[in-house]
Write a protein that binds this ligand. Structure first.
Ligand code: FES
Length: 146
């Protein structure tokens, strides 16, 4: 399966790239299978993600999914951002080849990691709100082990 035009477009022109100097939540996740790393920065005000950016050291699909994920959560409430699944990110990109599904999981997990960091900075335990972060090799992962 080839990459969709949307994947290629977000890979070539990723949105919201770089660090966010005034971020109040930063999350980093790594993919144990491929070794790629994604870092997500969020600036939360009044429970809303006012700004978001990312840095991804990884494959083209990881860059495209991070880019799309930032677009999908910008301006959304924390609750809405936490509901964003890797499947929704993939759908927004018109699909990914099966071997690249795990790259979209990285984007979902990076958002959760950034929100967890936001809560931790406030002295709030993020686990009851965000849940445990997991990597791709766990059964609970939506990607099914890809
Ligand atoms: Fe590593 Fe895509 S191959 S995130």
């Amino acid at each position: 399966m080839a990459y969709s035009e949307k994947v290629m477009e977000h890979f070539a022109n990723p949105r919201n790239v770089g660090e966010l100097p005034d971020a109040n939540g930063v999350g980093e996740v790594g993919n144990p299978k491929c070794g790629d790393i994604m870092r997500m920065y969020i600036r939360v005000e009044d429970n809303v993600i006012r700004d978001v950016s990312f840095k991804t050291f990884g494959c083209g699909a990881a860059i495209a999914t991070s880019s799309m994920a930032t677009e999908l959560i910008k301006g959304k409430t924390i609750d809405e951002a936490l509901q964003l699944t890797n499947r929704a990110v993939m759908e927004a990109l018109d699909g990914l080849p099966p071997v690249k599904v795990h790259c979209s999981v990285l984007a979902e997990q990076a958002i959760k990691a950034a929100v967890s960091d936001y809560y931790r900075r406030l002295g709030i335990d993020p686990v009851p709100i965000v849940g445990e972060l997991h990597d791709c090799e766990e059964e609970s992962c939506a990607c099914g082990g890809h």
